[in-house]
Design a binder for this molecule. Structure first.
Ligand code: ATP
Length: 247
């Protein structure tokens, strides 16, 4: 049981292993991986292609199941979660941003942002107005998302991911389709908005510049996390180096 003064973990993975079946062989991807993140923690996850970064995000989102180990989300064990509990977690607690934006077409900007509110029976509120202003979307609300630039589409995706004020944001190479300047702008907006709500962020990236917007750097190697891979935290994010994220 958590002590009253400690913040509960948003994510806690203990000895998680994951293998895929490849013909008649097993392909081990994650190997007794242990990690923990609390409210407000922000982490850049790096690792070679095929090291298992997306697999790890998919396990946390409930799209893949671990072969072994324990996954706790928002202080609860997911061991006995059925589809209903996973849906509730995804609708209420989780925001996701992808490299390909994954916006809903042919909807406009406003309806894309509304989508995550509707899943939670919430109405447009002051936080949505703030998101729209901060992300420079106010004049684009009636535009169909397909007509927007890549940087604009990713800003809509961030607004949609944060509109329902999730506890956790998972981002899989959110700047992978953007040019250098748009990448830095998106990272700056994402980190300041996440900070405003103390949202926990786990972001996969191949970009050194983008990784530096996060408080911590974790490197996935041989199926496990190496948190000492690079002590390269940006002082402008908070300057608060915390390896306590490792359980
Ligand atoms: N559903 C699946 N079935 C079989 N093998 C899979 C499946 N999903 C992933 N893999 C394999 O697991 C390994 C890890 O894949 P994953 O996509 O997690 O890596 P990644 O680190 O995200 O790679 P990248 O940086 O290239 O996106 C790869 O060898 C991949 O082929």
């Amino acid at each position: 049981m958590e002590h009253a003064n400690t913040t509960p973990h948003i994510i806690r993975l203990t000895d998680i292993s994951k293998s895929f079946v490849d013909g008649d062989k097993q392909l081990p991807v994650l190997n007794q991986l242990t990690l923990a993140l609390k409210q407000g923690d922000t982490v850049a996850l790096t690792g070679a292609s095929g090291s298992g970064k997306s697999t790890l995000l998919n396990i946390i989102a409930g799209f893949e199941y671990p072969s072994q180990g324990e996954l706790q989300l928002i202080g609860q064990s997911t061991k006995n979660w059925q589809d209903k509990q996973w849906s509730q977690f995804r609708h209420q607690q989780l925001g996701m941003v992808f490299q390909q934006f994954n916006l809903l077409t042919p909807l406009n900007v406003r309806d894309n942002i509304r989508f995550s509110l509707q899943l939670n029976r919430q109405k447009w509120n002051d936080w949505c107005d703030h998101l729209v202003d901060a992300l420079g979307l106010a004049s684009l609300l009636n535009r169909e998302v397909e007509s927007l630039s890549g940087g604009q589409q990713q800003r809509v995706a961030i607004a949609r991911a944060l509109a329902h004020q999730p506890a956790l944001l998972l981002a899989d190479e959110p700047t992978g389709n953007l040019d250098y300047n748009a990448s830095l702008e998106v990272m700056s907006l994402l980190t300041s908005l996440a900070k405003a709500q103390q949202t926990c962020v786990l972001m996969v990236t191949h970009s050194e510049e983008c990784a530096q917007y996060m408080q911590q750097r974790w490197h996935l190697e041989n199926g496990a996390i190496n948190a000492d891979y690079s002590i390269n935290h940006l002082s402008q994010t908070k300057g608060d180096i915390n390896h306590g994220g490792q359980a």
